[in-house]
Design a protein around this ligand. Structure first.
Ligand code: IPE
Ligand code: MG
Length: 222
């Protein structure tokens, strides 16, 4: 989700106003994705690198996140959406961690779409953690070096219980991955949408889905 700051700047508004509008896009996209039968939707809401933003912007984002997690419970339940999170969740403020826990529990019984929020998430960190876990298993004699394969590594990523994404959408026209699910997107289709995230709503989302539908996926075959 990229472009909140630019959206605000274009209107002479503070950046946080862009983030606020961005929450509306989250609502719209989550609702639409659930309706059309998407199984898993992962939103890159806050990267490990985003901590380097000005302190005031970070705290405003954390407050918005806490509010979203609180306010959205009913809507998530109405739409049968289960909320989960990946990333270095221990880095989040205590209040956000508690609310995250509450929202997870309140939606845990839903068996429709899984909405995964990537929070304080960095893919290199995730892969490094997985490698460390595998090394530990070898050291403890639980596995042999030859047991380390792609499945084992995948099973030690934060995303171990989710399938790899079929489609990756980046908004605001930027042609970058920015440390997002590097391992998992090996065969994902990439769609770069020109819209800034606050302008990315149902129509833009369905547009990206139909572009995905026109792709010919060969997974290295012919
Ligand atoms: C939203 O967009 C991403 C978040 C971290 C919430 P940006 O804040 O990166 O917006 P731009 O790139 O400055 O326009
Ligand atoms: Mg940005």
């Amino acid at each position: 989700m990229d472009g909140n700051g630019r959206w605000a700047k274009e209107r002479g508004l503070p950046r946080i106003e862009g983030h606020r509008q961005g929450v509306e896009s989250v609502r719209d996209v989550v609702r639409t994705a659930g309706k059309i039968g998407v199984g898993y939707l992962t939103l890159y809401a806050f990267s490990a690198e985003n901590w380097s933003r000005p302190r005031l912007e970070v705290s405003a984002l954390m407050r918005l996140l806490e509010k979203y997690l609180h306010d959205e419970i009913d809507e998530l339940n109405e739409n049968n959406v289960r909320l989960e999170a990946i990333g270095c969740l221990k880095d989040l403020p205590e209040r956000v961690q508690k609310q995250l826990q509450k929202t997870r529990q309140a939606t845990a019984q839903n068996d429709g779409m899984v909405l995964v929020l990537a929070l304080s998430y960095g893919s290199r960190r995730e892969i490094t953690d997985a490698v460390r876990d595998c090394a530990r298993l070898v050291k403890e004699g639980k596995i042999a070096v030859s047991d380390i394969n792609e499945t084992l590594i995948s099973n030690h990523l934060y995303t171990h219980s989710y399938p790899d994404p079929d489609l990756l959408i980046r908004t605001s026209g930027e042609m970058r991955i920015s440390n997002f699910l590097l391992w998992q997107i090996s065969y994902a289709e990439l769609v770069v949408a020109p819209a800034l995230w606050p302008d990315f709503r149902k129509d833009q989302f369905l547009g990206a889905i139909s572009e995905y539908g026109r792709r010919d996926r060969r997974f290295g075959g012919i």
